[in-house]
Design a protein around this ligand. Structure first.
Ligand SMILES: Cc1cc2nc3c(=O)[nH]c(=O)nc-3n(C[C@H](O)[C@H](O)[C@H](O)COP(=O)(O)OP(=O)(O)OC[C@H]3O[C@@H](n4cnc5c(N)ncnc54)[C@H](O)[C@@H]3O)c2cc1C
Length: 362
C-alpha cells in the first residue's frame, strides 16, 4: 500500500472512481479506500442524463448541462483505454402529457431548448406512447448505462499504476498540521496524504470529523426492470420515468423514501413504480418485471452536491451528496475536484455547491 499518496479518495462509487482517474491524469498518486455497502447508489441508478428536467436553475443547471455534454468524449476516452464501449443514449428525453392540464404544465415549464411533439408525431417515433396527448422533447438529454460505466472506470483504474485500491472502512478524517490529512481505518491502519477527497455517498455523514457532511441523508429509490417493448427514448411521466437500456430492458423508476439505510424493496414501493411505469407506457401494465432492486441516494436538502474544499481545512475536499444526479455529474465533478487538487481554479461556477451552506443546521 502506498502509505503516503498525494490524494486519498474515500469511496469507490462513481464519484470516487471518476475522481481518482481525473487526479491520476494530473500526475497525482491516489489511494482509493472503500468497503462494500448494500444499497450503494452508483450500480443501483437508472442512469438518466436529464439536466433539462432534473437540475436546479442558475449555475447548477449550467453545470448539469455541461456534465451531460462531456459524456460523449468521456465514453470515447474510456473505450480507447479499456476496450469497453459504454452505451450512451443522446436521443433526447421525452416528458409525456397524459391530460390537457399536463400539456399546459409542460408548455409552461419547458426549457427554451425543448420542442413540443404532437400526438401524431409522438406515436410515429414511439408507438408505445400513442395514448399520450403529446410530449416535450428535451434534446441531447438521455441516459448512460451506469453499470457498464462503473465497469469501464474500474478497468481503467486497474490499468493505472499510480492508483492503489484499499478495501477497508474509514472511521475518521482529521488534519495533521496545515498540509496533511489523516484517514483512519477500521483495520487500525491510517493513511496520510496531502489531500483527501470525501466521496462516501449516503454514508458520508457517518465518518467522524466531518460535521459539514451531516446534511447528507440516504433516500431510498426502488426500481424495476422489464423486457424491452421497443421504447428508444428516456421518458418522464407525471410520477416516474422509463429508461431503455441497450434495447434489451427498460428500467422503471423510482420511489424517493426517507427510511434510513434500509435498502430493501417493498411490495408497496414496487407496486407504485409498476403503476407509474404503466401510466407512461400502458403495455408495461400487463408485464411482470424481470427484477426489482433499491439503492440509497446521497441526498442534501436542496438536492445539490457539496463540492469543494472545507473552508477551514482546505486539504479536505468534498464531493458528496449528488442526490438524484450523481451519474450525470460524475465526470465533470471529477474534473473539477482534480482541478482543485492541482491547486487551480475550476472554470465552472460552484457557488451553489458550497460545502458549508448547511453549516449549523445539522
Ligand atoms: C434508485 C436510484 C436511481 C438513480 N437514478 C439516477 C439517474 O437516473 N441519473 C443520475 O444521474 N443519478 C441517479 N441516481 C443518483 C446516483 O446514483 C448517485 O447520486 C451517485 O451514484 C452517488 O455516487 P457516490 O459515489 O457518491 O455514492 P455511492 O455509489 O453510494 O458510493 C459510495 C461509496 O462510498 C463507500 N463508503 C461510504 N462510507 C465509507 C466508509 N466509512 N469507509 C469506506 N467506504 C465508505 C461505499 O462503500 C461506496 O463505495 C440514482 C440513485 C438511485 C439510488
Amino acid at each position: 500500500m502506498n502509505q503516503s499518496p498525494d490524494v486519498t479518495v474515500v469511496g469507490a462509487g462513481i464519484i470516487g472512481l471518476t475522481t481518482a482517474v481525473a487526479a491520476a491524469r494530473r500526475g497525482l498518486s491516489v489511494t482509493i479506500v472503500a468497503d462494500e455497502r448494500p444499497g450503494e447508489a452508483s450500480p443501483a441508478a437508472a442512469g438518466a442524463l436529464a439536466p433539462s428536467i432534473e437540475t436546479d436553475t442558475g449555475p447548477a443547471h449550467d453545470f448539469g448541462v455541461a456534465a451531460r455534454d462531456i459524456y460523449p468524449a468521456y465514453i470515447e476516452d474510456l473505450a480507447e483505454h479499456t476496450g469497453i464501449r459504454v452505451p450512451l443514449n443522446r436521443l433526447g428525453v421525452l416528458q409525456v402529457a397524459l391530460t390537457p392540464a399536463g400539456v399546459k404544465g409542460l408548455r409552461k415549464s419547458a426549457q427554451p431548448t425543448a420542442e413540443w411533439i404532437d400526438r401524431k408525431d409522438l406515436s410515429d417515433i414511439e408507438p408505445t406512447l400513442s395514448h399520450a396527448l403529446g410530449a416535450m422533447l428535451n434534446p441531447d438529454d438521455g441516459a448512460v448505462d451506469n453499470v457498464a460505466l462503473l465497469r469501464a472506470v474500474a478497468a481503467l483504474i486497474d490499468k493505472t499504476p499510480v492508483i492503489t485500491r484499499v478495501h477497508d472502512t474509514v472511521q475518521s478524517v482529521t488534519t495533521v498540521g496545515a498540509h496533511s490529512v489523516r484517514v483512519k481505518l477500521s483495520s487500525g491502519k491510517s493513511i496520510d496524504s496531502a489531500n483527501a477527497v470525501i466521496a462516501g455517498g449516503a454514508w458520508s455523514s457517518l465518518i467522524e470529523g466531518l460535521p459539514l457532511l451531516g446534511a447528507i441523508i440516504p433516500a431510498r429509490g426502488q426500481l424495476v426492470a422489464y423486457d424491452s417493448i421497443g421504447l428508444r427514448h428516456v421518458v418522464f411521466g407525471p410520477r416516474g420515468y422509463l429508461v431503455p437500456r441497450m434495447n434489451v430492458e427498460i428500467i422503471g423508476g423510482a420511489t424517493m423514501e426517507n427510511v434510513g439505510f434500509d435498502n430493501s424493496t417493498t411490495p408497496a414501493g414496487i407496486d407504485r413504480v409498476r403503476s407509474s411505469s404503466a401510466e407512461i407506457a400502458p403495455a408495461l401494465g400487463a408485464m411482470t418485471p424481470l427484477r426489482s432492486w433499491a439503492g440509497l441516494r446521497p441526498v442534501t436538502p436542496d438536492l445539490l452536491p457539496l463540492i469543494g474544499p472545507d473552508p477551514e481545512r482546505p486539504s479536505i475536499i468534498y464531493s458528496a451528496g449528488h442526490s438524484r444526479n450523481g451519474i450525470l455529474m460524475a465526470p465533470l465533478s471529477a474534473e473539477v475536484v482534480a482541478t482543485l487538487l492541482s491547486g487551480e481554479r475550476p472554470k465552472d461556477d460552484l457557488s451553489q455547491f458550497r460545502p458549508d451552506r448547511f453549516q449549523g443546521r445539522f
